[in-house]
Design a protein around this ligand. Structure first.
Ligand code: GLV
Length: 369
């Protein structure tokens, strides 16, 4: 086996790796569940690997690309988000990288929906009541009540793939939908959802006619009972519409005091210090988070404050963690399968070797002259 067939994976992505092995690649997998130190990734890149399989925990930038100069041909990330990969550096070194969009869309959106429900209907508090043997009586309103999601207003911040999937799920619960996007507005999609709403009402399936519309960020926050975030993480240096700390003291105060925030996108989109203050001082009613500014969530995070425990649901970056979604070897179904296919497309010069035609490559712009 020559160096030109070696691949390093920073995490075990399961059976899909066998497909690489069957095709003659030598695959080395970092054996620990935690991410490898960056120095190890650099050392592997320097050792002549042709492919690097990464997770969102790995910082991939010029240091890694420089170490792999002349030998590293592709980086394949098992995630849809790729804010951990420095796109400008990848482009400078002309290294294509892939992601796993599409296959996790439904899983992520349904988890966002379930988080919203868990928060609104106080599932955690209610189960604790039962388990702690504090359920002393059935009473119309004691010890607490929750809020239905059916018929309420939800703001979908970001109407890309996952935002649109969340819209579909919310529409099924007769929610009114306020859409906001920093990028292109998909009026065709929004009109189609409205048509379905109209038909459900007309056929007597839905009692009220639900609505959906694009609106401003301010109005979306101000009118929503639930705000669900579905934007990529973009720092100030990464374009005209940065999303870093999109939810901060100023914007959290735009939400209703009865409003709930749901974040399945990326942690740094929410200023956690501001959020913990908002929860403590009741500027908003609650938040459910799956992603954090620092992951895993540090033990001293203000979000762990017992004073806000009843209204702050915390999950371990788990939204795409369905068995099929994470591990299916089928690139049309699983992140692992898609990661391997993306890598093979580049290494085996599929699509006539034209990187701009490879469906899973993110930074196509570096290859279109
Ligand atoms: C998960 O967060 C992903 O980006 O796939």
């Amino acid at each position: 086996m020559t160096d030109s067939h070696r691949i390093f994976a920073t995490a075990d992505i399961g059976e899909s790796l066998n497909l690489l092995r069957q095709r003659g690649y030598e695959v080395e997998v970092y054996p620990q569940p935690e991410a490898p130190p960056k120095s190890l990734v650099i050392a592997k890149a320097k050792s002549g690997i042709v492919g690097l399989i990464t997770t969102l925990r790995d910082q991939i930038d010029a240091e890694v690309f420089e170490a792999g100069k002349g030998t590293l041909k592709a980086v394949a990330q098992i995630a849809v988000g790729f804010d951990n990969i420095n796109r400008a550096d990848a482009n400078r070194y002309k290294i294509p990288f892939t992601n796993t969009a599409d296959v996790l869309t439904e899983a992520t959106a349904e988890f966002a929906f379930f988080m919203m429900g868990a928060l609104a209907r106080k599932l955690w508090t209610a189960e604790h009541l039962t388990r702690n043997n504090d359920w002393g009586f059935w009473h119309p309103s004691l010890p607490f009540l929750g809020d239905e999601v059916t018929g309420k207003n939800v703001a979908i911040i970001g109407t890309g793939r996952i935002g649109q999937a969340m819209i579909r799920k919310c529409a099924g619960f007769d929610m009114n939908i306020l859409c906001y996007s920093v990028g292109d507005l998909d009026h065709k999609y929004v009109n189609a959802i409205q048509e379905v709403n109209n038909l459900r009402h007309q056929l007597g399936i839905a009692a009220a006619k639900s609505w959906i519309k694009y609106t401003t960020f301010e109005d979306a926050l101000g009118e929503a009972d639930f705000v669900s975030l579905h934007v990529p993480l973009l720092k100030e240096s990464e374009g005209p519409n940065p999303t870093y700390h999109l939810m901060n003291e100023r914007t959290l105060r735009m939400m209703k005091p009865t409003g709930f925030l749901i974040n399945t996108s990326r942690g740094p989109i929410v200023d956690e210090l501001a959020l913990s203050k908002a929860l403590k001082e009741n500027w908003i009613a609650g938040a459910a988070l799956d992603v954090y500014e620092k992951e895993p969530l540090p033990s001293d995070s203000p979000l762990r404050d017992p004073a806000i425990e009843d209204r702050c649901r915390l999950y371990p970056h788990f939204a795409s963690a369905g068995r099929v979604t994470r591990l299916s070897t089928d690139p049309a179904k699983g992140m692992a399968g898609r990661t391997v296919q993306g890598l093979l497309d580049i290494l085996e010069q599929n699509y006539g070797g034209d990187i701009t035609k490879m469906p899973y490559v993110v930074n196509k712009e570096a290859f279109s002259n």
